[in-house]
Design a protein around this ligand. Sequence first.
Ligand SMILES: Cc1cc2nc3c(=O)[nH]c(=O)nc-3n(C[C@H](O)[C@H](O)[C@H](O)COP(=O)(O)OP(=O)(O)OC[C@H]3O[C@@H](n4cnc5c(N)ncnc54)[C@H](O)[C@@H]3O)c2cc1C
Length: 292
Amino acid sequence: MQAGLAMQSIAMLGSQEQKEQWLPRMARVEALGAFALTEPEHGSDSVSLETTARRDGEEWVLDGRKKWIGNGSIADVVVVWARDTGDGQVKGFLVEPPTPGWTAEKMTGKGSLRAVWQAEITLDGVRVPEANRLPGAGSFKDTARVLAGTRNAVAWGALGHATAAYDIAITYAGERTQFGRPLASFQIVQERLVRMLAEVCSMQLYCLRLARLIEQERLTDTIAAIAKMNNTRRAREVLAEARDLLGGNGILLDFHVMRHMADIEALHTYEGTETIQTLIVGRDITGIGAFA
Ligand SMILES: Cc1cc2nc3c(=O)[nH]c(=O)nc-3n(C[C@H](O)[C@H](O)[C@H](O)COP(=O)(O)OP(=O)(O)OC[C@H]3O[C@@H](n4cnc5c(N)ncnc54)[C@H](O)[C@@H]3O)c2cc1C
């Protein structure tokens, strides 16, 4: 949320003044950011978002609802995506809570990524000055450009979870003894560990390629989507193997695999589900959009 979605939106689409006002403080975590795109009725089809932005002189008036917004209840600045009632395009606005008409309620009962608070937000006539509109955000295509960049971070995050799972599993297999021998001495266990390692290595290669493409400013939606899709799917598989290799201990929080399993579920869904990434890549390789 902070370094990816919120800071990248400002860095990629903000004015010089907006960048100077927010980025140094956000980089030092003196100011917290959030990114409010998803709505209760629009997740995968966030392109159809219904939050509106109406121009009123030198101000904009925002109305609508947002859901799942990480840091939304504690952020100093929230990048809110809303549809301009004038030209119908999606634009980005920097809202600085608390402000009249803004309500953010912490969501409860989340079983994944419990370290982060998500919020449901209501905007009821929230006023922001024109100076808080992101000048580089002219349509949803610009929102999508930010998301392509941050999907890279999700691919890396999935690699982190898978690496942890492999590490926990190989350590455990060396220490746990059954039938008088360590689990690691059984051929089937070795085969499973090697398969896990092979998946981790392939995920690393995706991440390495993403980093090189970003350096060269050549990362495309398609590459970001296939990397995110591959890595979150593979991480789930590696985690399921690790959980099984730990036997009953695999479901104990002390052994951490279960926590990683819960957390990968959020990564698998946010910034576009596996299916949506698949459809982005499918549209590119066939030339046919199959979203609707
Ligand atoms: C932990 C967490 C943190 C989040 N943080 C943020 C945040 O900070 N800011 C923000 O704006 N959003 C955030 N989100 C929202 C996230 O981006 C959405 O949850 C995600 O885009 C999916 O939307 P949805 O949950 O409404 O699912 P839906 O869109 O309702 O999807 C449900 C299922 O239907 C499938 N589906 C949808 N459309 C199609 C189709 N055309 N063809 C086939 N299958 C389809 C999906 O793949 C999925 O399996 C977060 C979500 C989570 C879980």
